[in-house]
Design a protein around this ligand. Structure first.
Ligand code: G6P
Length: 439
C-alpha cells in the first residue's frame, strides 16, 4: 500500500480527486494520504471535509494535512502536484491584462499563460526539491499549470528528477471522442498524438481490433466540433467550454488529416476569441463565482455536520488518469498514456530538446516515449514558434531577463506586435511583483 501526498491541498479540485482515489483503492491501494499547501486557511476547509469523506468511505486510510514541508514530504511514495501560484485573483489578471490590449486573455495560452509560467516555475521546483530531500525515492505526478512551461523548467533545471508531467485535456477530449463513437470507454481507443502541451494533434485513432476510427470522428467534428449531445463531463459543460468544443470544427477545417486539441483555437483564431471575450468578466470570474464558492461551501457544510450526506461534491472521474499513471509506475503496467516528455528524436524533424506531448509506455522506470517520425510542415512551423516561446520564458526566469520575456511574448502567435507585447509585459511585471524574479 502506498503513501500519497497531494500538493495543493487547498485546491477546489482536491475533493474530487480524493473521491476519485477512494473510488479506485482496489486498483491503487493507499495506506496514508496527506495534503500540503502554503495556504493554511484554504487547506483547512478542504482538509476538514476530506477527513469526513475518508472516515466514511475508507477509515483505514490515515489522513492528515499540514503546511510544514518536512512533515508533508517525509515518507511518501507519490506526490500528486496541482498548485496554482497566485491563485484565482492572479489568474484574473493574467486574463484581463492582455484583453485590455485586444489580445487573448487565457490561463495557459498567450501572455497570460506566460505570466502564470513565470509564477509557477519557482513553486514547482520547490516541491521537487522538498520531495528529493525528504522522500528521495518518490515520484511526482505533476499536473500543475501551465504544464508546457513547467515541464520545460523541470527538464532544464531538474533533469534527473523523478517528475512526470501530464495534462488532462487530451483525456477530456478522448472521453468526448469515445462518446461520439458510442464506445463504453476512451480506453477502447489507441491514439497517436503529437505536439506540445495544449498544442497538439491526433493523427490516428483505432479500436482494439485495429479498425480506423478517424473517418467517423472526422465526420462528427466537421459538423459539430467535439460537442456531444449528452453531457458526459460534469466539469466542463459551462457555456465557455462548450464554445471551445464547438470551435474545434474550424480548427479541424484548417487541416483535415488530423484532429486538433481544442486549445489551438487560441493560436489560430485569436481574433475570434477576443471578440467573444468579456473583458470585465473572464473565466477566472466564472470559476471564482462558481466552482470556488460551490466547493468551499459544500466542504464547510460537510465539516460542520460531520457527514457528507446530501452534499453535492462530485468524483472527478476523468482524473482517474492520475491513478493509471501511479499504477503504471507502482505495478509496471506499461500502460500507454500521453505524457509531456523530452522529444529526443521521437518527432524526428523537431527540436530534440523540446518537451513534447506524445504517447509513452509507462512502467516502473518511468516513460518510454513512442516514435512519431516526421510531422507535416504546418504543425512543425507552429510548434517551432511555440516551443521557442516556452523556452524563452524559462530562460527569462533563470536569467531574470526582461528582453527574453519580451521576445517570448512577441513570438506568441496570439500577439500582433512587439510594441503590444511590451505594453502587456510592463503591466504584467507590475501585477506580478510579488511572484516573479525581478527582471
Ligand atoms: C482543462 C485543462 C487544464 C486547465 C483547465 C481549466 O482541464 O487541461 O489545463 O487548467 O481545463 O479549467 P477551468 O474550469 O478552471 O477553466
Amino acid at each position: 500500500k502506498y503513501s500519497v501526498l497531494v500538493a495543493g491541498g487547498g485546491s477546489t479540485f482536491t475533493p474530487g480527486i480524493v473521491l476519485m482515489l477512494l473510488d479506485n483503492l482496489d486498483k491503487f491501494p493507499i495506506k496514508e494520504l496527506k495534503f500540503y499547501d502554503n495556504d493554511a486557511a484554504r487547506q483547512e476547509t478542504i482538509g476538514k471535509a476530506c477527513a469526513v469523506l475518508i472516515k466514511e468511505r475508507a477509515p483505514e486510510v490515515v489522513f492528515s494535512y499540514t503546511t510544514d514541508p518536512r512533515e508533508a514530504f517525509s515518507g511518501v511514495d507519490f506526490v500528486m502536484a496541482h498548485i496554482r501560484v497566485g491563485k484565482y485573483p492572479m489568474r484574473e489578471l493574467d486574463e484581463k491584462i492582455p484583453l485590455k490590449y485586444g489580445v487573448v486573455g487565457q490561463e495557459t495560452c498567450g501572455p497570460g499563460g506566460i505570466a502564470y509560467g513565470m509564477r509557477s516555475i519557482g513553486g514547482v521546483l520547490e516541491l521537487v526539491d522538498y520531495m528529493e530531500k525528504y522522500s528521495p525515492n518518490a515520484w511526482m505526478l505533476n499536473y500543475s499549470n501551465p504544464a508546457a512551461i513547467v515541464a520545460e523548467a523541470t527538464r532544464s533545471m531538474r533533469p534527473n528528477s523523478k517528475i512526470l508531467n501530464i495534462c488532462d485535456m487530451p483525456v477530456g477530449i478522448e472521453v468526448r471522442m469515445a462518446e461520439i463513437l458510442g464506445l463504453e470507454s476512451r480506453k477502447e481507443m489507441t491514439v497517436k498524438y503529437y505536439g506540445l502541451n495544449h498544442f497538439g494533434w491526433y493523427s490516428d485513432i483505432r479500436d482494439q481490433a485495429g479498425n480506423d476510427l478517424m473517418p467517423k470522428l472526422k465526420e462528427h467534428v466537421a459538423k459539430y466540433g467535439y460537442v456531444v449531445h449528452k453531457d458526459i463531463d460534469s466539469q466542463h459543460v459551462e457555456p465557455s467550454w462548450n464554445d471551445t468544443f464547438a470551435k474545434a470544427k474550424d480548427v479541424f477545417a484548417l487541416d483535415t488529416n488530423t484532429l486538433p486539441n481544442t486549445y489551438l483555437k487560441y493560436y489560430l483564431f485569436p481574433d475570434y476569441v477576443v471578440e467573444h471575450s468579456d473583458k470585465e468578466y473572464t473565466r477566472a470570474n466564472e470559476v471564482m463565482d462558481g466552482r470556488e464558492k460551490h466547493v468551499f461551501g459544500e466542504c464547510r457544510k460537510i465539516a460542520e455536520k460531520g457527514s457528507s450526506a446530501g452534499a453535492s461534491l462530485h468524483i472527478d472521474e476523468h482524473a482517474s488518469y492520475i491513478v493509471d499513471l501511479a499504477r503504471a509506475i507502482a505495478y509496471n503496467t506499461k500502460e500507454r498514456m500521453l505524457l509531456i516528455v523530452p522529444n529526443q528524436g521521437s518527432v524526428s524533424n523537431f527540436d530534440p530538446t523540446a518537451m513534447v506531448e506524445i504517447p509513452c509506455l509507462v512502467g516502473n522506470t518511468g516513460p518510454e516515449p513512442m516514435q512519431i517520425g516526421k510531422i507535416p510542415q504546418f504543425q512543425l512551423g507552429l510548434m517551432n514558434q511555440q516551443v521557442a516561446v516556452e523556452k524563452l520564458v524559462v530562460e527569462a526566469w533563470m536569467e531574470k531577463s526582461y528582453t527574453k520575456l519580451w521576445q517570448a511574448i512577441t513570438l506568441s502567435k496570439t500577439v500582433p506586435s512587439a510594441s503590444v507585447a511590451k505594453a502587456i509585459l510592463d503591466d504584467l511585471i507590475a501585477a506580478n511583483k510579488d511572484y516573479w524574479p525581478e527582471l
